[in-house]
Design a protein. Structure first.
Length: 175
């Protein structure tokens, strides 16, 4: 089934997450200074969302996971966001996203600017059921290098067992 069939469920996921997972979505991390003196971006200073453009190949759908600075101050991101799938009840589903891509540049975000990290979600049905145990995820959790995380409502089929790498994430880069 195409992921576009899950679009109406995204609204339901957002409503359910508002009650079940809201405290995790509001986590605020302390900013540690970056090498150039600009603080690292914290979870409390970023809005995190999936860009609506989806494309796919060989059983994997790719999205842009966007991080917009709404703090009013410049901040930096470097490395990879830590991405995991979350159940409707809030628990982690399966293994965290594995990293792909090259070097992780230092990205400086002015107020209102957006950084992106490419996210791949492999169709859970591609894995043997004994290794994956396919379930419906309600959200993605995006953890930041400076600490803290933000929830991104998104309903999709995920593996509940650890092991299969069904999520991949590239380093932050300028949009």
């Amino acid at each position: 089934m195409s992921r576009s069939h899950f679009v109406p469920w995204r609204l339901l996921a957002g409503a359910l997450l508002a009650g079940a997972l809201a405290p995790a979505a509001l986590a605020v991390a302390t900013s540690a200074p970056a090498a150039a003196g600009t603080p690292r971006c914290s979870a409390g200073s970023l809005d995190v969302w999936l860009a609506p453009t989806e494309n796919g190949t060989a059983g994997t759908i790719y999205y842009e996971l966007d991080f917009t600075n709404f703090s009013g101050l410049r901040c930096t991101l470097q490395g990879y966001p830590g991405v995991t799938a979350r159940a409707f009840a809030g628990g982690q589903l399966g293994s965290p996203a594995r990293h792909f891509g090259g070097a992780a540049p230092l990205v400086t975000l002015a107020p209102g600017a957006t950084a992106t990290a490419s996210l791949g979600i492999v169709e859970a049905g591609n894995f043997p059921s004994s290794a994956c145990h396919e379930v419906t995820a309600a959200a993605l959790s995006a953890a930041l290098p400076a600490g803290g995380s933000r929830l991104v409502p998104d309903v999709f089929q995920a593996c509940s067992h650890a092991g299969p790498s069904y999520l991949t994430i590239a380093p932050f880069h300028h949009q």
